[in-house]
Write a protein that binds this ligand. Structure first.
Ligand code: UT7
Length: 318
């Protein structure tokens, strides 16, 4: 598999830490020091599907393909306004594709899980070109009265087109059922037969536990992949890490012992946009001319579940 196109889109409403100070008992100082986040883009008048479609079309254009060339679409999404149909069906129609589609939910690690699925489809020759779209609106999962969670997230979409190639060097996925450290329970319709008590809660997160799992698991995944591919940590041009928190990113970098310029970040501008974070950052690097053919990249992400995904790729575009 190789990546041949990327795209991204962010909502227009940028919410700064100072704007949050107006209605929450928080401060720019606290948020900056604990998370590195200065602002996040949050959906207001637009719809998540609009972001997804912009990112998808950009990725197609960057790949030099049209929607007719796509054989399969994988959309990574945790929440959007529809439970059904899947967001990938909406994206398919809006970009004018006709191929089958599926949604997956591996939380913030969704992009790597989608890459793994895409690689399998390519290997069994069931598809030639696959569009991966990660579109997320965690701003609709948090309580905006809860300062511990709402300051951390933003909304957005990132996309990539992948095709046959030899550039995915190694990939690793894990799931450990730690469902109590990070969850969001949405309400279901009542029925005449439901008598048990049901809880519906906005996003709940045990921040310190998630922090520890994130750093430990990401470092473990990356070390295993470097070992498997025989690469040294410094052979990697960029570590494209999940953008949840600047302190997590810095801790992973310190444990791996790599220089700051190898670990790009944009969490300060977008907050945590869940699975869209990784392809959106990749798109920024691609469009900013930072990637050269042959560069080795590591991707690593973690999320609710607890899920983790990491891979080593070689950049294939000129
Ligand atoms: O995709 C996975 C997503 N999740 C993550 O990656 C999150 C991982 N966890 C973290 O990044 C950190 O744990 C947080 C940034 C969420 C929190 O930082 P922390 O250093 O672990 O703080 P804490 O939760 O232990 O809270 C320390 C204090 C508490 O006050 P008390 O009890 O000590 O009086 C909190 O109530 O900070 C308070 N606090 C805040 N204060 C001002 C929590 N949120 C805020 C806030 N503004 N926004």
């Amino acid at each position: 598999m190789k990546i041949i196109g990327t795209g991204s889109a962010h909502p227009t409403c940028a919410v700064t830490n100072q704007m949050l100070e107006q209605f929450l008992d928080t401060s720019d100082e606290w948020i900056t020091e604990r998370t590195g986040i200065k602002e996040r883009c949050v959906i207001s008048s637009e719809k998540l599907e609009d972001m997804a479609v912009i990112a998808a079309n950009q990725a197609l254009e960057n790949a030099g393909l049209t929607a007719a060339d796509i054989d399969f679409i994988i959309c990574s999404n945790v929440v959007n306004e529809y439970v059904t149909p899947a967001l990938s069906c909406i994206i398919q129609g809006k970009i004018g594709a006709t191929c089958p589609t599926v949604d997956i939910n591996a939380a913030c690690a969704g992009f790597i899980f989608a890459m793994d699925m895409a690689e399998d489809k390519l290997k069994c020759k069931k598809a030639k070109n696959i569009l991966i779209v990660c579109a997320e609106e965690p701003s609709r999962m948090v309580s905006w009265q809860n300062r511990s969670t709402c300051v951390l997230f933003g909304d957005g979409a990132g996309a990539a087109v992948v095709t046959e190639g030899d550039e995915l060097k190694a990939i690793r996925l894990t799931t450990s059922s730690l469902t109590e450290v990070l969850y969001y329970q949405r309400s279901l319709e009542p029925t005449p037969y439901i008598s048990k008590e049901e809880n519906f809660e906005p996003l709940v997160m045990k921040g310190r536990e998630v922090f520890k799992h994130a750093v430990t698991n990401s470092c473990r995944d990356i070390r295993k992949l470097l070992n498997e591919t025989g690469l040294d940590a410094n052979d990697i041009k960029y570590y494209v890490l999940h953008q949840a928190n600047r302190r997590i990113i810095d801790s992973i970098r310190n444990f791996l012992g790599v220089d700051e310029e190898k670990v790009p970040h944009n969490v300060e501008r977008y907050g945590n946009i869940s699975s869209a974070a990784l392809p959106a950052l990749l798109d920024e690097l691609n469009r900013g001319g930072k990637l050269k053919k042959g560069d080795k990249l590591v991707f690593s992400a973690f999320g609710a579940g607890f899920t983790t995904g990491a891979c080593v790729i070689e950049w294939a575009k000129e």
